[in-house]
Ligand binder design. Sequence first.
Ligand SMILES: [Zn+2]
Length: 212
Amino acid sequence: MSETQTREQIARLGESMFRRGLTFGSTGNISVRTEDGWLMTPTGFSLGDLDPARISKLDADGNHVGGDAPTKEAFLHTGVYSVRPKAGAIVHLHATHSVAVGCLADVDPANVLPPLTAYYVMRIGQLPLIPYYPPGDVELAKAVREMASKHHAVLLANHGPIVAGTSLEDAVYATEELEETAKLFLMLQGMKTNPLDEAQVAELKQRFPIKS
Ligand SMILES: [Zn+2]
């Protein structure tokens, strides 16, 4: 895919997620790895109203070399890429149900959501919780790098998910799967539920290994 096509794809998928309420205001950001660095959504813009030509360009060292200034959360993206060489794209949203789950007390910080559906297991699998840090805190960058070295999807407590994919479509679909599963999990609170069992999860992980 050419850089122009990638820019258009970022704007199209950003608009799609914004239109469906997966993100709001100027929150949420997207990045895609290119041959010579990254494309990243700019700071202060709604994902619903991106101009492909103004999407930020970063070189391989993370320096801003084109377009508008990148999101203030760029360090979350570059941190994950630095420990996940196969990641081709990253989506970070403040999606309501995912954020809600990241605010719950008494969740398992090693794996916040139960395996409710096969597609959740195939796209996310395990979701660790990273403790709360104020935005921009260097300790947050460190915690994200550490956890992302072992997991392609992580949830920031009281903030939102960061999900890496092999491609932008892959990262977007996984983020959407996570948000819908968080919604199901909240709908099922207080009800007796049957998540997939250990053997069912193990079989899915073997047949559909996560590649990002
Ligand atoms: Zn954020």
